[in-house]
Design a protein around this ligand. Structure first.
Ligand code: ZN
Length: 331
């Protein structure tokens, strides 16, 4: 999540006084997950031999099998605590702690950047686009997967079944659905942040229509446990539905704002400075559209007052440019 780092770094110390920092609504207690241990992680059972690990901001998961451990993502913030969590669970259950397989949900460094900590003999599995992007990015922390697939692939490892599917681009071009039918679980990263509003620009989504459609695709699978990749909690089907409603409310509100906000005064004031006029107009559309959504979801989704306007801007641009909403051809 480098944009926050970049934004913070660009501020000079003189303006970073406490009085200049905005206040936000309290985080609903329901948005927070289990307490972390002394090493800064929590590991818990999802169902049977499927476990999840969190550091409170990122999530990883793993399945213990009779032949070793299948790891699902390796976020660098959890880093060496991944193996510690695996060791802990393996010791408690008398099973192998050797990570034999690593499945990448997508190519992003914040979910895959601890990949190189694992043995060179680990088998890395991912979508073919994940391989292409990792070869392009050439980051030694994230070796490209040798085993790839195009649309669907079922893994049978040590008697356990994991179904991988690529159902179109969304947050990233290569983001996949990881379904564990015998564990009643779905792992889908960077779409729904359980209990929280999305991060900046719709969870940094490359493809906003794909991002908005992804929860419905997730809900076509049978599952009870949702692993979303961020913050400190697992989710339920209701959490995914709530996120879906939040995004739908942003779309409806943006269409109303595009249809009602009048840009005339911005073009009259700024004249030949086209960007100043466009910025003023689009900022007003964004703020007008975001306001009722922030009001509705404050106290429901954590940090709805932090990033909703930013996500609304990105959804507005998609509605204008992908859907052509409000577009007029010069007479
Ligand atoms: Zn990502």
């Amino acid at each position: 999540m480098s944009p926050t780092t970049t934004a913070a770094a660009s501020q000079t110390p003189s303006v970073r006084t406490s009085s200049a920092l905005p206040d936000y609504a309290p985080i609903p207690k329901s948005a927070l997950g289990p307490a972390l241990n002394e090493q800064g992680y929590y590991v818990g059972r999802v169902e049977r031999n499927l476990y999840w690990i969190t550091d409170g901001v990122y999530q990883s998961a793993f399945v213990t099998t009779r032949d070793g451990v299948v790891l699902l993502d390796a976020p660098p913030t959890i880093g060496r605590n991944i193996q510690r969590a695996v060791d802990q669970i393996a010791a408690e259950n008398g099973v192998s702690n050797k990570v034999t397989h690593l499945v990448y949900s997508h190519h992003h460094a914040d979910h895959a950047g601890a990949s190189s900590l694992f043995d060179k003999s680990v088998t890395r599995i991912g979508h073919e686009e994940t391989r292409r992007l990792l070869l392009r990015d050439n980051d030694s922390a994230r070796p490209a997967p040798e085993e790839t697939f195009q649309d669907r692939r079922t893994l049978q490892i040590g008697g356990e079944r994991i179904e991988l599917a690529w159902l179109g681009s969304n947050h990233s071009p290569d983001n996949i659905y990881i379904h564990l039918p015998d564990h009643d679980a779905l792992m889908l990263i960077d779409i729904v942040n359980v209990g929280w509003a999305p991060f900046a620009v719709a969870n940094l989504s490359d493809d906003v229509p794909g991002y908005i459609e992804a929860p419905a695709k997730a809900l076509t699978y049978p599952w009870k446990h949702f692993i979303g990749g961020h913050l400190g909690k697992l989710g339920t089907r209701d959490d995914v539905t709530l996120h879906q409603q939040y995004m739908a409310d942003i779309v409806t509100s943006v269409k109303t704002a595009i249809s009602t906000v009048d840009p005339t005064r911005y073009f009259q004031k700024y004249g030949e400075n086209a960007w100043a006029a466009v910025k003023g107009y689009l900022d007003e559309v964004t703020d007008t559209a975001a306001a009722p959504v922030v009001a509705k979801y404050t106290g429901v989704l954590a940090a709805a007052d932090v990033y909703t306007a930013n996500t609304t801007f990105w959804v507005m641009e998609s509605i204008r440019l992908d859907l052509g909403f409000g577009s007029q051809v010069h007479p």
